[in-house]
Write a protein that binds this ligand. Structure first.
Ligand code: NAP
Ligand code: ZN
Length: 352
């Protein structure tokens, strides 16, 4: 074991602060990565503040971070895919059982024995896994991704969660040319959703509560922007969408979006608000509309997404911050005040 520097929350109400955590030395198929950038996902905030206590109660200290890019520094003797000096990335998962039908299908995100990157039982050291707000991480090579060399590293980090979480359902629901696609909530996930829907050729409509984000939405690839608090603007789109991606982190009126779907249209929820959302049965019944959810994506599809981003030159729009600003960044995330993802420059951790 060795000590890695990290930022952790000691309790649901504590700010994150510098600490050290134990990491295993790389053996066998392990890859040790010096973390260069880590994105801040709203899930980090939900988890740190124990807002998902019913489903995934937080174990403290909690080191969040699952949008990781860095450079390989050491590899175990059985590693074949990576060598010291390579760029590497890690997303929301660090292991799975690799034998169940989900793993066999390349859908490790549904494996009953999957290990999340943080706040999950650590099979190697006991306790829980610690995430990317850290200077180093050690991960089995099967869960390490390759970063296309043309992408900026700070902007590539958020692809590992915000990217795959929006790309995967869009591929599943066949977003393509000729489809009318809505993206609700122009935050970290939402802005990636706009970029992907546009790159896949769809007609993209952004729904935002922030009128000040209108110009950005168009720049990011939207064809239309609707300020969702304006009922007249919403009314114009009733019954017209093939697919809507809902990436809102807080309580909101999901019914007002279900009504916008055409016959057999689908709304996929990727946002994970703390409290349940109310759905009126008849909004689904009339029009045979469907409501579903989607978690991140499998390893194979995550690599496909990264390669798609390399080919289309897609990265997240990021505000790079030092780790010392992470608590301020969380407060700003709650005010929807980020354009459009914070990416932590992990070199800042060296001074702690
Ligand atoms: P984010 O950057 O904070 O973006 C959320 C956006 O939602 C905001 O920018 C805002 O957009 C909108 N919003 C916020 N409060 C709202 C309110 N009260 N009513 C209506 N709209 C509101 O968050 P994120 O990192 O993109 O994450 C979004 C959600 O996805 C979180 O709940 C996160 O935990 C979840 N998530 C799920 C998965 C998965 O696998 N399914 C993966 C990652 C994240 P406007 O200003 O445009 O309105
Ligand atoms: Zn995330």
């Amino acid at each position: 074991m060795f000590n890695a520097k990290a930022y952790a929350a000691a309790a649901a109400t504590s700010p994150l602060a510098a600490t050290t955590v134990a990491r295993r030395h790389p053996t066998g198929h392990d890859v040790q990565i010096e973390i260069l950038f880590c994105g801040i996902c709203h899930s980090d905030l939900h988890q740190v503040r124990n807002e998902w206590s019913n489903v995934m109660p937080t174990v403290y200290p909690c080191v969040p971070g699952h949008e990781i890019v860095g450079r390989v520094t050491k590899v175990g003797s059985a590693v074949t895919g990576f060598k010291p000096g390579d760029l590497a990335a890690v997303g929301c998962m660090v292991d799975s059982d690799r034998t169940c039908p989900e793993c066999q299908a390349g859908l490790e995100q549904f494996c009953p024995n999957m290990t999340l990157t943080y706040n999950f039982p650590d099979k190697h050291l006991g306790g829980v896994t610690y995430g990317g707000y850290s200077d180093n991480i050690v991960v089995d090579e099967s869960f390490v991704l390759r970063v296309p060399s043309n992408l900026s590293l700070a902007g590539a980090a958020p692809l590992l969660c915000a990217g795959i979480t929006t790309y995967s359902p869009m591929r599943h629901w066949c977003v393509s040319k000729g489809k009318k696609v809505g993206v609700v909530g122009l935050g970290g996930l939402g802005h990636m959703g706009v970029k992907f829907a546009h790159a896949l050729g769809a007609h993209v409509v952004v729904f935002t509560t922030s009128p000040g984000k209108k110009d950005d939405a168009i720049r990011l690839g939207a064809d239309e922007v609707v300020v969702s608090r304006d009922a007249n603007q919403m009314q114009k789109h009733v019954g017209s969408f093939d697919f809507i991606l809902d990436a809102v982190a807080a309580d909101h009126d999901i019914d007002s979006y279900i009504q916008l779907l055409r016959r057999d249209g689908n709304l996929t929820l990727v946002g994970a608000p703390e409290k349940p959302l109310a759905v009126a049965a008849f909004n689904l019944i009339f029009g045979r509309r469907s409501l579903s959810g989607s978690p991140i994506g499998g390893i194979r599809e995550t690599q496909e997404m990264l390669d798609f981003c390399g080919a289309h030159n897609i990265t997240a729009d990021v505000e790079v911050i030092p780790i010392q600003k992470v608590n301020e960044a969380y407060d700003r995330l709650l005010r929807s005040d980020v354009k459009y993802r914070f990416s932590i420059d992990m070199a800042s951790l060296k001074s702690e």
